[in-house]
Ligand binder design. Structure first.
Ligand SMILES: NC(=O)c1ccc[n+]([C@@H]2O[C@H](COP(=O)([O-])OP(=O)(O)OC[C@H]3O[C@@H](n4cnc5c(N)ncnc54)[C@H](OP(=O)(O)O)[C@@H]3O)[C@@H](O)[C@H]2O)c1
Length: 204
């Protein structure tokens, strides 16, 4: 998710720092192939001057990456990370809270927005290619800080989706299980993982 979204953010004209992988070579390759204003760096480098941080790691890595990121006060943290168990078979937080809310409690001085986690990574480049089409797929997001949400909406639009503001961060309690439905349709049902969704109103 981080590699693909970072690449698309860079192609859309944003400055991007790719960070957090076991191999620096991978981060350098991502930066080179993104063909925009993109660099490889440490999580601390990524945090230093960024307006927004994309958190795209397995739930078990969140504490480690936050520790490496350093001071995230005032930053928008756009998270697509789901609170999955070790073998990715189920959510470890659900219904009465969400991964996004648990994250917000860890970084009280940052502004968490839950976004991008509701689509499989496999669809991202196709959505970007189709970004000038009249009918774009939806992408739901939620958060408690308007500035951070505005920033997330810009990134969502730049990747080619129609941002759908689902409200405060606690709505991630519904958004995260919804993602498992999308994953079921993407990976377990015929048709392949290049799947996105679109909400429409059918009243008059
Ligand atoms: N994949 C999807 O379609 C999708 C969709 C929705 C939400 N999500 C959520 O998004 C998050 C990221 O998923 P993903 O599929 O993008 O995961 P991923 O491909 O495994 O990427 C995770 C990143 O974390 C790095 N990493 C893992 N362990 C590390 C360690 N010990 N030290 C340093 N870096 C380490 C990986 O680097 P390496 O290259 O070294 O492995 C990689 O850069 C997860 O929370 C997932 O539930 C994923």
């Amino acid at each position: 998710m981080g590699g693909k979204l970072g690449t698309l953010f860079a192609r859309a004209g944003h400055e991007v720092v790719f960070s957090y992988a076991r191999s620096d070579r991978k981060l350098k390759r991502l930066a080179r192939e993104a063909k925009g204003k993109a660099w490889a760096g440490t999580p601390e480098d990524a945090t230093r001057e960024a307006d927004a941080l994309l958190l795209a790691v397995h739930w078990s890595r969140v504490d480690d990456v936050l520790k490496q990121a350093g001071d995230v006060s005032g930053k928008a943290i756009v998270s697509c990370s789901l609170p999955m168990n070790a073998d990715d078979s189920g959510l470890v937080i659900a219904h009465t809270s969400s991964g996004a809310e648990a994250l917000a409690r860890k970084v009280r001085r940052a502004h968490v927005v839950s976004a991008f986690g509701t689509v499989p990574s496999e669809v991202l480049f196709s959505v970007y290619q189709g970004r000038r089409k009249a009918k774009r797929p939806s992408l739901v997001y939620c958060g408690d800080h308007q500035g951070a949400k505005d920033l997330a909406a810009t990134l969502i639009r730049d990747v080619g989706f129609d941002p759908v503001d689902a409200g405060p961060l606690r709505i991630a309690r519904y958004l995260e299980p919804f993602t498992l439905l999308v994953a079921q349709l993407a990976y377990e049902v015929e048709g392949g993982p290049e799947l996105a969704y679109r909400f429409e109103r059918f009243g008059k």
